[in-house]
Design a protein around this ligand. Structure first.
Ligand code: SF4
Length: 470
């Protein structure tokens, strides 16, 4: 199979397992595991495949999809054959979305929560090179307490609703590949930070409201009706789009009156804003616990994830869900074993705390991984995350892009750095193509971001540093 030429790619095209994307380090193969969940054994298998058929790097995207990098024309057929034969991916035909819904990896109703797997609590073995997970158990050094049972506070069964929408959505032809339906259970694991063409938010037990393009809200309606209503809206949107496909790529391309014409339901107010969800750490899910682990800048070595998967298996984890916070949620654990897993993950350099500054940094692969890169974006992002840690923890958003294409984040950030001939164009409060205030190499940039220097003063004046109102 030949990868699509970058020159012929249409806007809105998405890579998948069968349609890899050319990148600077080979083909990127995006995986959509069935239900966005894996067992520990399946994660170990994918890690082995990533090492065998790719360059051993695995990413989790901001849509909660898994990506293998460095696949070649020679290795791709065998990789696909194995993924399909072992049902590690849920690939389907057509140009529509391979994954339509976005649901929290912590979504869960108390009655649907996994039973506590006490019988599996055997402590981690010191064999198999996993000593760190055993020795770190109960030290809690890397673990923020679970203040309340996030996820278990959901008002609907968001996982079941998302599965129903996935099934119905596959019957609708003509949806754009990037089309997204956010399914928010209304609990503490809020998905407000994620954009979607459609959004479903539970506002009371068994009741939801919906939004089109986050501009037009309607409802409320019963949870049991939501799947059918979404299917109808998808079909109407696809029919509308078929009239002018080049002009209508996403729901947001429609005017408000056009959005209103898609539904017969009464308009309503947007639900009240909820606090942002924690993006990593320990979570109580009813009777069990989850360890939510972030991958720095969404990327990890296959060997690291293999060790993590092995450890989770020994600790009794029955299910891993892919996280749009660019990580993995290990569910169904006892509290002690979730803590042990988090401490082991922290020892591997992964993200286990919500205040980790790396969570506030978006960075693409950059050089040398990407052939278009003009700067080593990911390596420099790690350095910048250290230097700017207090400001990042306080809410500063930083985007480091290897070139102007801005793969990691098309939208604006408080501070956007764009690789250009080995240096960075510096944009404050804008996106990659906006006007730069300076162009500097990393060393000069780090100096001028210090208190008392001009870039620090500019960020401060723009209200984008710690504790300032934006
Ligand atoms: S933004 Fe540029 S350097 Fe970064 S991954 Fe995309 S094309 Fe490569």
């Amino acid at each position: 199979m030949n990868a699509p030429s970058p020159d012929t790619l249409r806007r809105g095209w998405c890579p998948s397992t069968l349609k890899p994307m050319e990148t600077g380090d080979g083909w990127l193969v995006r995986l959509h595991p069935p239900g966005a969940r894996l067992t520990p054994a399946q994660l170990q298998r994918i890690a082995a495949l990533a090492a065998r058929h790719g360059n051993g790097l695995i990413e989790i995207s901001a849509r909660g999809n898994m990506q293998l990098r460095g696949v070649t024309a020679g290795s791709h057929p065998a990789l696909v054959a194995t993924l399909l034969a072992e049902r590690l991916v849920d690939e389907h035909e057509g140009d529509g979305p391979q994954r339509l819904t976005l649901v929290s990896p912590l979504a869960c109703l108390p009655r649907h929560c996994e039973e506590r797997s006490d019988e599996a609590i055997q402590g981690a073995s010191s064999a198999s090179g996993l000593d760190c997970f055993a020795s770190l158990a109960m030290t809690r050094s890397s673990v923020q307490p679970s203040s309340s049972p996030a996820g278990s506070s959901d008002l609907i069964d968001a996982l079941a609703l998302a599965a129903a929408i996935e099934a119905r959505g596959r019957e609708v032809a003509g949806l754009p590949a990037k089309f997204a339906v956010v399914v928010d259970g209304g609990g503490e694991s809020s998905l407000e930070a994620f954009a979607g063409d459609m959004r479903i938010v539970a506002t009371a037990p068994g009741r939801v409201v919906m939004a089109l393009a986050d501009r037009l809200w309607f409802g409320p309606l019963a949870e049991s009706e939501a799947g059918a209503v979404v299917a109808q809206l998808l079909a109407r949107f696809a029919a509308k789009r078929a009239q002018t496909p080049d002009a209508i790529r996403r729901m947001g391309d429609l005017a408000v009156d056009e959005l209103a014409a898609l539904t017969d339901l009464p308009a309503t107010e947007a639900p009240a804003a909820r606090p942002a969800s924690r993006r990593a750490g320990l979570f109580a899910l009813g009777e069990s616990h989850a360890a939510l682990v972030g991958l720095p800048f969404g990327r990890a070595e296959a060997a690291t994830l293999d060790r993590l998967a092995q450890a989770s298996e020994m600790l009794g984890c029955p299910e891993i869900r892919l996280s749009p916070w660019r990580g993995l949620a290990f569910r169904g654990l006892s509290e002690a074993n979730a803590i042990a897993l988090l401490d082991g993950a922290a020892a591997e350099g992964l993200i286990t705390r919500d205040d980790d500054p790396r969570l506030s940094v978006q960075a693409c692969a950059g050089a040398p991984a990407c052939s278009r890169a003009e700067a080593p974006a990911m390596a420099d992002a790690a350095r910048l995350a250290q230097v700017l840690a207090p400001d990042l923890a306080a809410g500063l958003s930083l985007h480091v892009s290897g070139c102007v294409k801005s793969c990691a984040r098309p939208a604006a950030s408080d501070l956007t750095l764009v690789g250009e001939s080995g240096r960075y164009r510096i944009v404050i409060g804008g996106a990659a193509r906006d006007s730069a205030v300076a162009t500097l190499d990393l060393s000069a940039l780090l100096t001028r971001l210090q208190p008392g220097q001009d870039l620090h003063a500019r960020l401060s004046a723009a209200g984008r540093l710690s504790g300032q109102t934006k």
